[in-house]
Ligand binder design. Structure first.
Ligand code: GLN
Length: 261
């Protein structure tokens, strides 16, 4: 089987290890003998390619890069992305890219950046003097039907361990949250929500080790993409996740220790 991974603006949007998500999808597919092609979706790419990839990955970016991306992501490119996500192409979008999938992002300085309006939410940076939301984050995925599907893959509650670093605060409107925060800031540090979920698109503030630390999300994306492409039930061969599981245990214990000290 073959899988193509479209990577949004790799040179402009890949802060804090976000390329790790691409590598993780690639390796976990290859270990199962699935051929992977990584396709950059950027300024040079023909707009129709935006709508043809099997999985879409978007990383974070600073305010300045986000503005450059949004200047390019217009017209046919925007329509192709819109159609792909609306028809259920799976994707994972981190920090700066979900901000651009919402209605708008107001940066710390300068003009409001109009987004694609795909996710019913807005993001605002409270200003250059505002504290950034930085640190390890733990949240439970609650979005439907995602939470149920992840529990089936993982055999346990879909607890996500991640790392966030953002100045912008996101406020959801009609779109459902990805999950509820257990530790950390999440979307805005106020309402206890983290990320958003739309069709098969996962939007989160959790950066690039996301898929490595939470392999069940990676496998869910691969499964969805193969199912969409081949229109047949997909069962993925189990991989040895003992290192990831050990790392998760250590992190969760560390958070408990901090909480009780
Ligand atoms: N510019 C955005 C913010 O600070 C996104 C940052 C990021 O993607 N890491 O909120």
């Amino acid at each position: 089987m073959d899988l193509s991974i479209g990577w949004l603006y790799p040179n402009l949007m890949s802060t804090y290890g976000d390329r790790g998500n691409v590598i993780c999808l690639q390796r976990r597919s290859q270990w199962r003998d699935i051929n992977v092609e990584i396709i950059p979706l950027d300024r040079e790419t023909n707009p129709e390619v935006f709508g043809k990839v099997d999985i879409i990955v978007g990383g974070g970016a600073q305010d300045r890069q986000q503005e450059i991306v949004m200047r390019d992501l217009q017209g046919e490119k925007s329509t192709a992305l819109h159609q792909a996500l609306s028809k259920g192409t799976p994707g994972v979008f981190t920090c700066g890219s979900p901000q651009l999938l919402g209605h708008y992002y107001e940066p710390a300085q300068g003009k409001r950046i109009e987004g694609l309006g795909l996710l019913d939410m807005v993001s605002k940076h409270p200003g250059i003097d505002a504290k950034r939301c930085i640190g390890n984050v733990v949240f439970e995925i609650t979005a439907t039907p995602l939470a149920q599907e992840l529990t089936e893959i993982w055999g346990d509650k879909p607890l996500v361990i991640g790392f966030e670093n953002h100045g912008g605060r996101t406020y959801l409107d009609g779109v459902q949250a990805l999950g509820k925060v257990i530790k950390g800031y999440g979307n805005n540090g106020e309402d206890g929500m983290e990320g958003a979920f739309f069709h098969n698109a996962i939007a989160t503030y959790s950066h690039g080790p996301l898929l490595a630390k939470n392999p069940f999300i990676s496998d869910w994306l691969i499964k969805k993409a193969l199912h969409n492409k081949y229109q047949q039930p997909i069962s993925l061969q189990k991989l040895d996740d003992s290192l990831a599981i050990a790392a998760r245990k250590t992190m969760l214990q560390r958070f408990k220790d901090i909480a009780s000290s």
